[in-house]
Ligand binder design. Structure first.
Ligand code: FAD
Ligand code: MG
Length: 303
């Protein structure tokens, strides 16, 4: 890639072209700024065939939402889209360098990180294959489609109690503590008052659509299962850049201020990587704000 467009520095390099990164890029492109988006195409919801809760796209294929967004971005002449992985980033405001797995080097005045998070799934046989299909983490995303059928929560830790307390709005709920969660008397009373059943026999595995096989051989069939996953940044790059992290009940993420600035000057972050709660709608909103903030930092570098 040695065309003239490529040799000039970008106003902003967006690392991660999922929903947040594309939304940020859109704002900068609409300000006629030169934007390079580097994207490895591994969006967090790639395991699900339907995305819910995003206004105007409720029930759409998540890949189709991304395809339409990318086609719209491509109409802007100052976009360079690079399919691939960014493996290293360094530099300072007005002089950042990003190295791609291909060995290619990009230059940019600002960096915007939107590399998302990855979920750590519990080691339950059969669970990973059902992730996003009949095992979910977010009831707002996938609860409605279970048609008020029975739902199970496979506990991963304290957040699973909260999940079990919420789920009765989506169907009769069983909390499977699976040795990951110990319930005190107050928690048991609260669950009972909400009509949540508690099953303390360990989980041996999953079969069929969403049937839990217990270690004593019993089988409990559910319309769907929920697990509160812990997540961590999907890419090592934000930590390698030295950006400060914060611990949340959902796992580690990047610390940003109200202007979506990280602790490193000239580096912005948005989406799941730098925001909770998390959804496509919230990633798009967070990205739109981060893109505008990165633009303003070019206009008002002292601000
Ligand atoms: P992502 O969409 O994860 O995009 C990050 C992008 O960055 C990826 O393309 C990745 O490949 C790229 N990337 C990472 N590192 C690098 C690198 N070093 N170089 C280049 N590129 C890189 N939300 C909803 O609103 N509705 C739903 O129905 C829904 N269903 C879900 C189902 C499942 C199973 C899961 C796990 C999540 C679901 N979500 C849903 C949540 C949703 O997926 C996230 O909130 C959303 O994807 C966050 O967008 P993002 O742009 O921050 O990150
Ligand atoms: Mg993104």
């Amino acid at each position: 890639m040695s065309d003239a467009l490529h040799d000039r520095p970008n106003d902003c390099i967006v690392i991660g072209g999922g929903y947040a990164g594309m939304s940020a890029a859109l704002q900068l492109l609409r300000a006629r700024r030169r934007v390079a988006v580097v994207d490895a195409g591994q969006r967090r919801n790639r395991f699900a065939s339907h995305s819910h809760g995003f206004l105007g796209q409720d029930g759409a294929d998540p890949a189709e939402i991304a395809r339409i967004a990318r086609a719209q971005l491509s109409a802007y002449p100052t976009l360079t889209w690079i399919e691939g992985e960014a493996v290293e980033a360094s530099g300072a405001p007005d002089a950042f360098r990003v190295t791609l797995a291909s060995g290619e080097v990009l230059h940019g005045r600002r960096l915007l990180l939107a590399t998302g998070v990855a979920d750590a799934l519990p080691q339950v046989p059969g669970l990973e294959a059902r992730w996003g299909r009949s095992v979910f983490h977010c009831p707002y995303c996938h609860g409605y489609e279970l048609d008020l059928g029975p739902v199970g929560v496979i506990a991963t830790g304290p957040m699973s109690l909260h999940q079990a307390q919420m789920l009765p709005d989506w169907g009769p709920t069983t909390l499977l503590t699976d040795a990951a969660l110990t319930l005190d008397a107050a928690a048991r009373r609260d669950l009972a008052a909400r009509g949540v059943a508690v099953e303390e026999t360990p989980v041996a595995g999953l079969e069929d659509e969403a049937t839990v096989v217990l270690s004593d051989g019993r089988r409990l069939a559910f319309a769907g299962l929920f697990v509160a996953t812990r997540s961590a940044p999907a890419s090592p790059l934000p930590a390698a850049l030295g950006c400060d992290m914060v611990e949340t009940p959902l796992g580690r993420m990047l610390r940003t201020d109200e202007g979506k600035r990280t602790s490193r000057a000239g580096v912005f972050a948005c989406g799941d990587l730098a925001h909770t709660p998390r959804s496509v709608a919230l990633a798009v909103g967070d990205g739109a704000w981060a893109g505008a903030q990165a633009h303003r930092s070019l206009l008002f570098p002292e601000g």
